[in-house]
Design a protein around this ligand. Structure first.
Ligand code: M6R
Length: 588
């Protein structure tokens, strides 16, 4: 993970770098640093914590610099391990993992070079310094040739203070012209401003920025011509009147459902893609975290509505299980960021084995969007909070539109997706009632979420949301499985949330509710059936609008997102920036 920025131009570099880093905080926020060259000396400011910790460094004088916000992989969260890393005349910021760092470091140490951090990144500064003979681009190319792993780097050399050099291998990187200068950044929002012209680097590409010139090339230094990417400044994070992005993003769900539906209606490949899917021998779905839960919901709907089987894989498992990619396999990768390393690795493997790759992805210029043969974009807009909310609902909308289209091609009846926008708005309003549930959760030792069928997929997502931002241990479970072991964990007042959106299995889920209640649990219900809300075993409930059960996860997840948000607040956490996590997991 981590976010990197660089600036070279007529403005003071420090404020540009710091503003850029705020936009990249979603990529990691356990430490931060910038290095600015004041014409004589390189000034490095590094701190543990959020970008705001280096606000005073705004005053640093100098028109060239690099910056970094870190999510620790190699080495603890310490000032020493924060970037930029310097060695000799070289300063560098890095996003990625150097897999052969230990061996490379040993070689440097044998030459008598000292290291100041435990990071894998510092070794890159040493490699570049060793390769430097007056041409920074040449040195970076040579050093990168020795690295096994992933990197996006921005490098400064005191001997060439009018230049920045960067390189990309499996970690995103853009370069471009912004106001009165040249910029480098891990993601568009850090560089997007009026009039900016931005280019995305591909794996194995390098860029040298100096004066007004951006020279992009490959390892043989052959010039590469690029088309600028389209971007909108609206992508910049803006809280408006909200306290937290997560709460704002939940309120955006109705709009992203509408936008995602309209985007699919505009996509002229969509119906052909659905026809291909109908004839596909074998459908595989890969994703991580919340996107994996979207995959489970999709699988359930595909099977129930279209009678089409599909297998869903956790992307990080897929690549290590020697997956069977039969002739005619179509793999659908689901991802908000399109940069999740595990998902990309699974996609690359499936592609090598001959699968057609389709992506359901939110970020337009992401690596996944570029790798896939067919791309369906969700229109969730920028999601800043680490906990995915609106992107999940948007993914479900796109995936369910596929289901509905396939059903119609196959001559089967599909429930409608019409009206979900307004129902989602009603679900948000109804979901606010979970604030009264919070005292039961905030002080609990653990919590459980149960359901059957698609309700179980939502239970898994509710549990993930709660644990990642409230740090409360929780499990999402198949309601019927409770009695096979997990029931032993239920103690008096243990909070249990049951999701119940399918009438045909409502009584069966209620059996699990009775079992939990009899053991003293405080049971909460998310349902669209009023008749189940009043029973003595139900402590409190949220009543949702009725909708086709197979598509109900779009609505039933909303109260659980709100529950996680309010519980996180009650436990004194920052819901937008949970400890140990980052929004975009670009390392394996
Ligand atoms: O960007 P992606 O959708 O590929 O991210 C996948 C997961 O890392 C992500 O959903 C993660 O689980 C979220 N923090 C969950 O809220």
């Amino acid at each position: 993970m981590c976010g990197i920025v660089g600036y070279l131009g007529k403005r003071q570099a420090a404020p540009v770098l710091i503003e850029g880093l705020y936009q990249l905080e979603y990529r990691g926020y356990d430490s931060v640093g910038i290095a600015v060259f004041d014409g004589k000396k390189l000034r490095v400011v590094k701190k543990t914590g959020l970008v705001r910790e280096i606000e005073t460094a705004r005053q640093a004088v100098g028109r060239v610099g690099i910056g970094h916000t870190r999510w620790a992989t190699h080495g603890d969260v310490t000032v020493e391990n924060a970037h930029p890393h310097t060695y000799g005349n070289i300063a560098l910021v890095h996003n990625g993992i150097v897999e052969n760092a230990a061996k490379l470091r040993e070689e440097c140490e044998e030459r008598g070079e000292a290291f100041y951090s435990d990071t894998d990144s510092e070794v890159i500064a040493h490699l570049i310094a060793a390769e430097y003979h007056g041409d920074l681009l040449e040195a970076v190319i040579r050093a990168c040739g020795k690295i096994v792993g992933s990197y996006a780097v921005a490098v400064f050399c005191e001997d060439e203070p009018e230049r920045l050099v960067c390189a990309r291998m499996r970690s995103p990187l853009i370069v471009g012209r912004a106001k009165e200068g040249l910029v480098v950044a891990s993601d568009i929002p850090a560089a997007a401003e009026e009039g900016a012209v931005l280019y995305s680097l591909e794996d194995g590409e390098f860029a040298s920025l100096s004066g007004d010139e951006i020279f992009i090339c490959n390892a043989a230094k052959s010039k590469i011509k690029k088309e600028p990417i389209e971007f909108s400044e609206e992508g910049r994070a803006d809280l408006g009147a909200y306290r937290h992005f997560m709460r704002k993003e939940i309120d955006e769900i109705p709009v992203v459902l509408r936008d995602s539906r309209e985007e699919i209606a505009r996509n002229f490949c969509f119906s052909d893609f659905c026809k291909v899917l109908c004839q596909t021998e074998y459908i595989q779905i890969v994703a991580c975290g919340t996107a994996y839960h979207s995959g489970l919901c999709f699988q359930a709907a595909l099977e129930r509505v279209c009678r089409v089987p599909a297998d869903v894989f956790i992307a990080s498992e897929y690549r290590y299980m020697d997956p069977i990619v039969r002739k005619g396999t179509l793999l659908i990768a689901i991802s908000q960021s399109g940069e999740t390393a595990d998902t990309l690795a699974a996609v690359r493997l499936a592609k090598r084995r001959g699968a057609h790759i389709a992506a359901v992805v939110n970020v337009k210029y992401s690596s996944l969007a570029r790798l896939a043969d067919t791309v369906l974009f969700t229109q969730a807009g920028r999601e800043v909070a680490v906990a995915a909310t609106k992107s999940f609902n948007a993914q479900l909308m796109v995936l369910y539109l596929i289901v509905a289209a396939m059903a119609s091609i196959k001559g089967k009846r599909s429930p409608t997706l019409k009206g979900f926008e307004s129902k989602a708005a009603r679900a948000i309003a109804a979901g606010e009632a979970v604030q009264s549930w919070v005292p039961y959760f905030a002080g609990a030792k653990s919590a459980y979420f149960i359901g059957r069928g698609e309700d179980m997929c939502v239970a898994l997502e509710g549990s993930l949301k709660l644990k990642e931002i409230s740090y409360l241990p929780s499990e999402g479970y198949a309601a019927g499985e409770l009695k096979h072991g997990t029931l032993a964990l239920i103690e008096p007042y243990t909070p249990v949330v049951a999701v119940l959106m399918r009438r045909d299995i409502a009584e069966k889920t209620m059996n699990a509710v009775h079992e939990a209640y009899s053991r003293g649990a405080s049971v909460f219900l998310v349902t669209c059936f009023e008749e189940y809300c009043g029973g003595k075993e139900i402590t409190a409930s949220v009543l949702l609008p009725k909708c086709p059960p197979v598509f109900s996860p779009i609505l039933s997840v909303i109260p659980l997102q709100l529950l996680a948000y309010y519980t996180s607040l009650a436990r004194g956490n920052d819901p937008d920036k949970p400890r140990n996590l980052a929004k975009s997991v670009t390392v394996e």
